[in-house]
Design a protein around this ligand. Structure first.
Ligand code: GDD
Ligand code: MN
Length: 372
C-alpha cells in the first residue's frame, strides 16, 4: 500500500524535525510505501524551515502551505491534495507534537490490512490511555467532547470520536465531499467520522497511549469549542433529516394520490380503477422524490429500475401491513372506532416502510476498496 501521513502544523518548529526523524526510523520497519505530507499554515516560528531541511534527506516528504484557518481546514487541504495528486491507498492523521507515538503506526496499518476503512488510535477503548498527569479539567474536557459527539451528534458506537490519530482508506475518503464538511477547526474530527459512519465504513478502534506534548502549546481555542458544539448539533439535525424528508415526501404522496383520484373521477373513470391508478401514481411520485432528495447522498450502484421495483414492493407490503392491522383490530375489537384502527395501521406501516427503504431499496453501497 501507498500510505501518506498527513501532519498539520502551526508553530511546531521544535517538534516537527525530531518527529520526522522518528517516523523515518519507524518506516524502515514497515513494508509499505510510506510518505509524509506536512500542512503548515505559514507558522511564524519557522516550522517550514525545519521541514525544508528534512526534505533534503527525505524524498518521501512533501510540504504544502497556506493561511491559518484551523486544524480542519489544514486536513481538508492535505487530504484533497493527496486524493488529487497521488495513487495513495490510505492517509493518516497525526499530530506534530509527539502526542501520537510513531511506534503505533504499524498497529494502525495492521487494522487497515485486516479490512478496516477507518482506523482510530483510541484512548478510550480497553488498553488505551490518556496522560496520567492530566488534571481534572483536562480530563473532563476530553470526556465531555466525546459525550457530545457520541450522544448529541449520534456517533454512539465509537468510543474516541475526537481522536486525532487515524488511518483512513482513500477509497472511503474519495466518496466524501470534503469541501462540504463546513468545519474549520477541531470539529473536523467528528464531521469526518460522521461521514464515515453514514457510509457504513468499517470503523476499528486500536488502543493507544496519548502522550502530553513537551514543546510548544495546544492550539485548541474557544472558537474550536463553539464550532464543535455547533457541528454536533448540525449532525444531530442531519441524522433526523433523512427521516423527516421521508415523511415530507410521504405526505406529498398523499396529496398526489388524492389529486389524481379526484381528477380521474372527474374524467368519469370507474372508482376502483381510479383508486388503483392514483395509488400507483403516488408510489412512483414518492420513489422519484426519495431517490433524488431523501436518499441522495447514499452511493447507489444498482439499476434505477430495480430500485423502483423494490420501492414498489415495499409499498405494497406496507399497504398489506396497514390493512392487516386495520382488519385484525376491527375483528378483535368490534366496538373500536374505525379511525383508531386505521391510525393504528398507519404507524407500523410507515416505520416499516422507512426501515425497508432505508436499509434495502436505498441501502448505501460502498464501492469496495480497491487493492493495488
Ligand atoms: N496547519 C495547521 N493549522 N495545523 C494546526 C492548526 C491550524 O490551524 N491547529 C493545530 N494544528 C496542528 C498542531 O500544530 C498539531 O500538530 C496538531 O494540529 C494538533 O494540535 P494541538 O494544538 O496539539 O491539539 P491538541 O493536543 O489540543 O488536540 C489533540 O487532541 C484532540 C482530542 O483530545 C489533537 O489530536 C486533536 O485533533 C484532537 O481532537
Ligand atoms: Mn497536542
Amino acid at each position: 500500500m501507498k500510505i501518506v501521513i498527513i501532519i498539520p502544523t502551526y508553530n511546531e518548529r521544535a517538534n516537527i524535525g525530531p518527529l520526522l526523524d522518528a517516523l523515518q526510523g519507524q518506516f524502515a520497519t514497515i513494508e509499505h510505501d510510506m510518505h509524509v505530507l506536512v500542512v503548515d499554515d505559514d507558522s511564524p516560528d519557522g516550522t517550514q524551515d525545519a521541514v525544508r531541511d528534512r526534505m533534503r534527506s527525505m524524498s518521501n516528504l512533501e510540504l504544502i502551505t497556506g493561511e491559518k484557518q484551523g486544524l480542519g481546514s489544514a486536513y481538508i487541504r492535505g487530504m484533497t491534495h493527496v486524493l488529487r495528486t497521488g495513487s495513495a491507498d490510505a492517509v493518516f492523521e497525526m499530530d506534530a507534537d509527539f502526542s501520537h507515538k510513531s511506534e503505533d503506526v504499524p498497529r494502525l496499518i495492521a487494522a487497515l490490512e485486516s479490512g478496516a476503512d477507518f482506523v482510530i488510535g483510541s484512548r478510550y477503548v480497553g488498553g488505551g490511555t490518556i496522560p496520567p498527569d492530566w488534571g481534572f479539567l483536562r480530563r473532563m474536557n476530553s470526556r465531555l467532547g466525546n459525550l457530545v459527539a457520541r450522544y448529541l451528534a449520534g456517533i454512539y458506537r465509537v468510543k474516541d470520536c475526537t481522536a486525532g490519530f487515524r488511518a483512513i482508506r482513500t477509497s472511503l475518503l474519495s466518496r466524501i465531499d470534503l469541501t462540504d464538511l463546513r468545519v474549520q477547526g477541531y470539529a473536523f474530527q467528528i464531521a469526518l467520522l460522521y461521514e464515515a459512519v453514514i457510509r457504513k465504513a468499517k470503523i476499528v478502534e486500536v488502543p493507544v497511549d496519548f502522550i502530553e506534548r513537551r514543546e510548544g502549546q495546544s492550539k485548541l481555542g474557544l472558537d474550536d469549542i463553539l464550532e464543535f458544539l455547533q457541528s454536533a448539533l448540525w449532525l444531530r439535525f442531519r441524522s433526523s433529516t433523512t427521516f423527516i424528508k421521508f415523511g415530507i415526501v410521504g405526505s406529498s404522496g398523499v396529496l398526489v394520490n388524492l389529486g389524481a383520484f379526484s381528477l380521474l373521477l372527474l374524467l368519469g373513470m370507474n372508482k376502483y380503477v381510479a383508486s388503483a391508478i392514483a395509488i400507483e401514481l403516488s408510489i412512483v411520485w414518492n420513489f422519484f422524490l426519495n431517490n433524488a432528495w431523501t436518499f441522495r447522498w447514499r452511493s447507489k450502484h444498482d439499476h434505477f429500475h430495480l430500485r423502483g421495483l423494490k420501492f414498489n414492493a415495499v409499498s405494497f407490503l406496507t399497504l398489506g401491513v396497514s390493512f392487516g392491522t386495520f382488519t385484525s383490530l376491527s375483528l378483535t375489537f368490534p366496538d373500536l372506532s374505525p379511525y383508531l384502527s386505521q391510525l393504528a395501521g398507519i404507524v407500523p406501516a410507515a416505520l416499516l416502510n422507512y426501515f425497508l427503504n432505508s436499509y434495502w431499496t436505498f441501502k448505501d453501497q460502498p464501492a469496495g476498496s480497491v487493492h493495488r
